[in-house]
Design a protein around this ligand. Structure first.
Ligand code: EPZ
Length: 417
């Protein structure tokens, strides 16, 4: 089992190039199932979840190969519609092949994704909305057996709750449905906009009508295309917090600052100095970190995927702060590990009360989920001494070359077996 060894404390200084977005790449990879033509995808991050999604596509009969920077996906002979548990269990986003398989074949057998550390992660919203498109399904021994006896038929659907995955699954499914589908109360994360840009380039007929409403007209033929995936806004936010937490000075490159203005405004409120340029953000951490209260929310609110990271920063603020986790029911797994490093965080339901003026102490730690693991690295970077972080396979699911990127800006960090 690999571990990370981090020697703090260092002020991070230098440049970091942000990789492609994991959470934009996953639905786009699933959506390649819609076409029998070749798709060339650029800027995919080299992370475990992408490898797993590619393995899932290959298990469905897709041909995939990398040439230089592009992944080429050829689904001309893709003919299977069974997504197995052993692939979907390690990467919940496997549920995103359900929509395209139903659109293409009218039937699919996909494993229920199961839960993970941050919550039960149900898929009821996906299934309820798909049944409105004419899908019949049964859950048998942990698998969704779904069929569309008369094909997918466009209709009006309003999501009862905002869900990134359900929105993505339905948008993809509706692109080949008969007639027009209107989806209301959609999630509008930038990764979903990247997916719809990809689908429009593929030849699908989609139009965002208003803030959370999209109209999709079913089409028959779609083209062969090249597409470059957007930057990873959570990776960018993570390194911005790292600069603020270590009183560092970082230039974060290959980003679109406008997309993460909520995070930028909060970091400014906390005291960081931030200069925006066309595709880069220059951040200077401040000695004084001001406290603030944060509530996670669907985009354009503060992202739940940055909650663990900003919590580290707020432990070092000049006064008490409060974080309300409104998206997942159990996304405070990092708190017990941060408290072992000297934090004083009290959990009450979905609220975390965070004492300020904390000086973390180095410790041996356990990662529990992707974003929790990176918050432990941030805390370890701010304190003198050697910290060890175990179970870093969580980290490798979503951060490309994190030790290399951090080492390049002055962190003393190495992977040990
Ligand atoms: C996506 O997960 C992201 N994953 C998550 O990022 C992110 O935290 C989440 O959106 C929220 O932004 C990918 O894009 C691959 P949801 P998803 O459906 O689609 C409940 C990371 O670290 N819900 O928006 O699973 C659900 O339990 C990961 O990169 C239902 O009740 O999130 C949660 O409480 C972690 N029924 C809330 O909605 C459903 O059918 C939001 O979930 C679906 C979801």
């Amino acid at each position: 089992m690999q571990k990370l060894e981090v020697f703090g404390a260092n002020k991070l200084k230098g440049e970091i190039n942000i990789s492609g977005s994991k959470n934009a790449s996953l639905p786009i990879l699933a959506a390649t199932l819609l076409t029998n033509k070749k798709v060339y995808l650029n800027n995919l991050p080299k992370v475990k979840d992408i490898e797993t999604m590619i393995s899932l596509l290959r298990s469905l009969g897709s041909k995939t190969k990398f040439n230089k920077k592009n992944l080429i996906v050829d689904n001309s002979k893709q003919n299977k519609n069974f997504a197995s548990y052993n692939l979907v269990k390690t990467m919940r986003a496997g549920i995103l092949v359900l929509g395209p398989l139903l659109a293409k074949f009218g039937r699919a057998k996909v494993s229920l994704p199961g839960g993970c550390a941050i919550g039960t992660r149900p898929v009821d919203l996906h299934l309820k909305a798909l049944s409105k498109l004419g899908v019949k399904y049964k859950i048998i021994q942990g698998y969704i057996h779904a069929t569309a006896p008369k094909g997918l038929i466009g209709t009006k659907i309003t999501f009862s709750k905002i869900s990134v995955g359900a929105t993505e699954n339905l948008i993809i499914a509706a692109t080949l449905a008969k007639g027009t589908t209107i989806l209301k109360n959609c999630a509008i994360e930038p990764e979903i906009k990247d997916l719809t840009n990809f689908l429009i380039k593929l030849g699908c007929n989609l139009k965002w009508l208003s803030n959370r409403t999209i109209r999709i007209k079913g089409v028959k033929n779609i083209h062969e295309i090249k597409y470059s995936v957007m930057f990873d806004r959570i990776e960018a936010g993570t390194y911005l917090v790292a600069a603020a937490a270590t009183e560092g000075n970082l230039r974060i490159k290959k980003v679109i600052p406008e997309i993460i203005k909520t995070e930028i405004n909060i970091l400014k409120r906390i005291g960081a100095k931030i200069i925006l340029k066309k595709n880069q953000i220059h951040i200077y951490g401040n000695k004084t970190i001001r406290n603030t209260n944060i509530k996670t929310a669907p985009y354009p609110g503060f992202p739940t995927d940055l909650q663990a990271q900003i919590m580290v920063l707020l432990c070092k603020a000049n006064r008490k702060s409060l974080i309300k986790e409104d998206i997942f029911e159990n996304r405070f797994m990092h708190v017990s590990e941060l408290n072992r490093m000297g934090a004083k965080i009290l959990i009450k339901g979905n609220k975390a009360l965070i004492e300020g003026n904390i000086k973390f102490t180095a410790a041996e730690l356990m990662a529990t989920d992707l974003r929790a693991s990176v918050s432990l690295i941030l805390a370890a970077l701010t304190t003198r001494g050697k910290s060890i972080i175990n179970r870093i396979y969580h980290l490798d699911r979503g951060y490309e070359n994190i030790e290399k990127k951090l080492k390049r800006v002055g962190a003393k960090i190495r992977r040990i077996n």
